[in-house]
Design a protein around this ligand. Structure first.
Ligand code: NAD
Ligand code: GLY
Length: 366
């Protein structure tokens, strides 16, 4: 059975996130109901070298059946492809196909494809529609919804991009069957983040079903995705461009997580594993600065353990991690910012003084 969740945005920009088994086969007919696809005939499907052999033919067939004319471009798989140079190749491919303003982009893949294809769509001819077709757990629960698009620079991740909301999101959970375990854990980290930040209802449901999610139970996975999308849709509706501070909650666990990913070498741990590490550290920091509700630290640890997201082992000094965090995009006035959860569903984004962070890191690293 498929579910539809609406992301509500001003200016008649609402869009649907369709989640279910086999929904990719109805992609073309679903897009025929999307206002910004009304005049679209030519579509460029952007995918990567792992996802393409698995799902490109099926996607193109679904599009062609509804009268679209699909072309495709395949990126090398992995974060290294998220560059301006690769975006330039896709822009050129579109120009060589003589695609006009009545074309659209279909992002078929994980967060890398989604972010790059979304950025290409945001900028080609000053903007054409994009539909996101996420195929990783992370992309289904987070990156395909909310309109953040970007490429990396040698100086850092996601430094060039745009807000460009998708016109439609098609999350076919059957595509997750081929996802490697490591990428599964990656998605679980972001799900744990959403559950902690959202509400008691999501958190305790997730605690009850964490072993099933780690074991890739289909029904539990579909419900976890739906809960994450409902949560993210609410956050994005309240703070689309991350200006009021509400959207900052999505960075829970990311300040230390990103530093761990960088210090240990990108790819050593999955992003979600590093986020889980960051969530554990954020609780210790919150305990040292203002306190947390009784039982919260233990409950979060129980959830992360049950999702098979253990503490990570890496060689990094407090100075290494501090240096990286000081270059984080979230630094304001030289101070590192953390999202600190005080309890399930209660959080604040706050600067933390260097002394407190250093003391926290020293105790964290032992
Ligand atoms: P990814 O896109 O690199 O995918 C992970 C790996 O899984 C890749 O090798 C990919 O080829 C493979 N893969 C994808 N789907 C598959 C499937 N169904 N079967 C088999 N293999 C499959 O990584 P990701 O974790 O999906 O995304 C990470 C990216 O997302 C980062 O660049 C990050 O910055 C970005 N991100 C963006 C947002 C946002 O709001 N825009 C949020 C979170 C993360
Ligand atoms: N994944 C962070 C955001 O969408 O804001």
């Amino acid at each position: 059975m498929a579910t539809k969740i609406i992301v509500e945005l001003p200016g008649a920009r609402d869009y649907a996130v369709r989640i279910g088994e086999g929904v990719i086969d109805a992609l073309g007919t679903s897009l025929r109901d999307v206002p910004s696809f009304e005049r679209v005939r030519d579509v460029l499907v952007v995918t990567d070298s792992n996802v393409g052999p698995l799902y490109l033919a099926r996607t193109k067939q679904a599009l062609a059946q509804a009268g679209f004319k699909p072309a495709d471009v395949t990126l090398p798989a992995g974060e290294d492809a998220k560059t301006l140079a690769v975006a330039g190749e896709v822009w050129s491919a579109m120009a060589q196909l003589a695609l006009g303003r009545d074309c659209a982009v279909i992002a078929l893949g994980g967060g890398v494809v989604g972010d790059l294809a979304g950025f290409v769509a945001a900028s080609y001819l000053r903007g054409v529609p994009v539909a996101q077709v996420p195929t990783t757990l992370l992309a289904m629960v987070d990156s395909s919804v909310g309109g953040k698009t970007a490429v990396n620079l040698p100086e850092g991740k996601n430094l060039v991009g745009a807000f460009h909301q998708p016109s439609f999101v098609c999350a076919d959970v059957s595509t997750l069957a081929t996802l490697p375990d490591r990428e599964w854990r990656c998605g679980c980290g972001e799900i744990a983040k959403s559950a902690v930040i959202d509400s008691d209802d999501f958190f305790f449901w997730m605690l009850d079903h964490a072993h099933d999610l780690a074991g890739r139970d289909t029904a539990v996975t579909a419900e976890a995705i739906q809960r994450c999308v409902v949560f993210k849709a609410q956050v994005v509706a309240r703070d689309e461009h991350e200006t009021s501070g509400v959207r900052e909650c999505l960075n829970y666990g990311h300040t230390l997580g990103h530093a761990v990913e960088t210090a240990s070498g990108f790819g050593t741990f999955s992003h979600g594993e590093a986020v889980a590490e960051g969530m554990r550290f954020a609780v210790e920091l919150a305990q040292a600065q203002g306190g947390v509700a009784e039982g919260f630290a233990e409950a979060q640890a129980e959830l992360l353990d049950a999702l098979a997201l253990p503490r990570l082992s890496y060689d990094a000094t407090a100075d290494d991690l501090m240096g990286i965090m000081k270059r984080d995009k979230k630094v304001r006035g030289g101070q590192v910012r953390f999202v600190l959860a005080r309890d399930v569903g209660q959080w604040e984004a706050t600067p933390v003084s260097d002394d407190v962070v250093r003391a926290g890191l020293a105790s964290w690293l032992g």
